[in-house]
Write a new protein. Structure first.
Length: 99
């Protein structure tokens, strides 16, 4: 008997995760990041990064699974950040810069 995780159960979990991803994004028309948060914190208790990798792996195997968009962090300069204010209404330029 092999030790470790059951491959069949992992495959069923991944299939279920993809179905739920489809439900939240296409049926309920929820945003991509909100969908990941729900799947991560309420339904499957996996990290958002792991959920993304599972969906991407499944999309390579099965064309019927939706493609997951690649999300990049925006690159903003200090000049661009100075246009925004924080929650209290103070200009960001007056807030101490950490980087």
């Amino acid at each position: 008997m092999s030790k470790g995780r059951n491959k069949d159960l992992i495959e069923k979990r991944n299939e279920s995760l993809c179905r739920r991803y489809y439900y939240w994004t296409e049926v309920r028309r929820l945003r991509f990041d909100d969908t990941l948060k729900i799947l991560s914190e309420q339904e499957f208790f996996l990290s958002e990064e792991r959920i993304l990798s599972i969906i991407r792996e499944r999309s390579k195997m099965d064309a019927s699974v939706l493609k997951v968009p690649k999300v990049r962090m925006p690159r903003l300069t200090c000049g661009q950040l100075s246009l925004f204010t924080d929650e209290a209404g103070y200009p960001v330029s007056q807030i101490r810069q950490s980087s």
